[in-house]
Design a binder for this molecule. Structure first.
Ligand code: GLC
Length: 527
């Protein structure tokens, strides 16, 4: 893997520190606990860990409400524990990126406390205030289920403050360059400690301008370019990853231009729901359409692809009609829905059907982009729709069939364990060669063994059958892998024009001519 472009060919793992392993028996996961589980992460064949927010926080939004940017939440350990985790990961050849929440702070942050109490405080102007709460009326509300407005009146301040997320997460005011300076200092603090980069949270929303929807504004891009400049000048081998939940054409500017680069990597939000849509319909059209609409990206950049993460499976990047259809198909009960999405994990969405799981994961791991796997999905962990907000997909990691699934020795854990842990856990799956865990390892290892799958171009292969998706990944026309997926629950024909080995069924003989693909079969044919 060429070093400065490591992120283009890596596989990532999303780690929720609170959920992973409790090292001190208080019912919350922590960095000491996670250190002991790095062997598991390494065994998956991933290259980089994204650690969700680990900062001091009242945890009203699971740490995305930051109260102190340069410290560690007491439940998760100390700065020394974090450093030990970072060193232990690096010793295993694993990189670590952390979450950078730039758009807003917690209302408990000392900046906001000072701002609301004193109109003349220098911190007042760190936030966005209004006497009427009527500005920027064209801006959508993101947390639709809980927030009636993007403005909330603060009694102490005697004014309204602006917030794109929960009303306990006031937005920072990027028109104030003091805020820029603060962010740059925070970025340097973590990069100096040795982290490998950031997943930058909620970046489209940094600036507000009347008469716009206050997303993707030119000023926002200018600030993000300043961040990138700092990285390029001072920390050239680190990565910046954008969480910008936008349509492909609005995403492109987040990569920047050769003169003004921005992010190395952007999450590809629109592809994700279409993978589930295509599978349910047994029709490749949604996948083909969105990839055909996805513009080429600048050299040295990459998409990040995912099947699930810590949030609801967002349906913001589909049409209203498609959203309705997805809800009916995948979230028939109101409890399964949240805001504009579906708050369920991967395996219940796939009806616990191992064939669908294998197909979807093989597809996701062969698309262009850097894939990221959400903790627990490697064992097909279930969810708990009775928990509020997104908590049902953030329950403790299931290590074994013992007390609290081996997550914690405490009598009470931060969230209850899923009911399925006695069957679904790492220890049980280690012993089973056909388990989700071992299939995840096999798929990642096979993908990483192929240059074409790591960084090849993609070219469609015509199948004249909407149920069969086929494409070739290749490097300059060479070293190709032919990827074929039967999205339907019926057998389908597919013709090979020469002898090939299916890397996903290595015990099968060479194949040639017209094959019958089994329902939900996935094949990666070697050159
Ligand atoms: C991002 C995070 C989400 C959080 C929100 C506000 O979308 O993924 O979990 O609630 O930002 O910070």
């Amino acid at each position: 893997m060429s070093d400065s472009l490591w992120y283009q060919e890596a596989v990532f793992y999303e780690l929720y520190i609170r959920a992973y392993a409790d090292g001190n028996g208080d019912g919350h996961g922590d960095f000491r606990g996670a250190i002991a589980k790095l062997d598991h992460i390494q065994s998956l064949g991933v290259n980089c860990i994204w650690v969700m927010p680990m900062y001091p926080s009242p945890l009203k939004d699971d740490g995305y409400d930051v109260a102190d940017y340069c410290n560690i939440h007491a439940d998760y350990g100390t700065l020394a524990d974090f450093k030990a985790f970072l060193d232990a990961a690096h010793a295993r050849g694993l990189r670590v990126v952390t979450d950078m929440v730039m758009n807003h702070t917690s209302d408990q942050h000392p900046w906001f406390q000072a701002a609301r109490q004193d109109k003349n405080s220098p911190y007042r102007d760190y936030y966005v205030w209004s006497d009427t709460g009527s500005e920027y009326a064209d801006t959508r509300i993101i947390f639709l289920d809980t927030e009636p407005s993007n403005w909330t009146y603060d009694e102490a301040a005697g004014q309204y403050f602006w917030h794109r997320f929960y009303s306990n997460q006031p937005d920072l005011n990027y028109d104030n360059t003091a805020v820029h300076d603060e962010m740059m200092a925070i970025i340097r603090f973590w990069l100096d400690m040795g982290i490998d980069g950031f997943r930058a949270d909620a970046v489209p929303y940094l600036y507000e301008r009347e008469g716009t929807n206050c997303e993707n504004l030119p000023e926002t891009h200018q600030f993000l370019q300043k961040v990138r400049q700092l990285i390029d000048e001072e920390y050239p081998d680190r990565v910046l990853i954008a969480e910008a939940n936008q349509w492909p054409q609005d995403l492109l500017p987040y990569f920047g231009t050769p003169q003004h680069p921005e992010f190395h990597v952007c999450f590809h939000f629109p592809i994700m729901p279409r993978l589930y849509m295509a599978l349910k319909k047994g029709d490749k059209t949604p996948i083909v359409d969105i990839l055909n609409q996805t513009p080429p990206i600048p050299q040295g950049t990459q998409w990040m692809t995912f099947l699930r993460n810590h949030d609801e499976l967002t349906l913001e990047m589909v049409t209203a009609e498609e959203r309705e259809w997805m809800w009916q198909q995948y979230a028939p009960e109101p409890r399964m829905r949240l805001n504009m999405g579906i708050r369920r994990r991967q395996i219940p969405l796939l009806d616990h059907d191992q064939r669908k799981w294998f197909l979807l994961n093989a597809l996701f791991l062969s698309l262009p982009g850097t894939p990221i796997i959400y903790y627990g999905d490697e064992i097909g962990m279930g969810d708990d729709i009775w928990l509020p907000d997104r908590h049902g997909c953030r329950t403790p990691m299931q290590w074994n069939a013992g007390k609290n699934a081996g997550f914690s020795l405490a009598d009470e854990t931060y969230l209850p364990l899923n009911a399925d842990y006695e069957q679904v856990n790492v220890a049980a799956q280690e012993r089973d060669p056909d388990s989700y865990l071992n299939m995840t390892r096999f798929l990642i290892q096979t993908r990483q063994s192929q240059t074409a799958l790591r960084r090849g171009e993609m070219a469609w292969v015509e199948t004249e059958n909407t149920a069969v998706l086929a494409f070739r990944r290749h490097v300059n026309g060479k070293d190709g892998v032919l990827c074929v997926f039967n999205l339907s629950d019926q057998p389908q024909p597919f013709t090979l024009h020469r002898e090939r080995v299916n890397m996903l069924a290595p015990s099968q003989p060479m194949l040639n001519g017209t094959l019958t693909l089994a329902p939900y079969e996935a094949c990666w044919f070697q050159n």
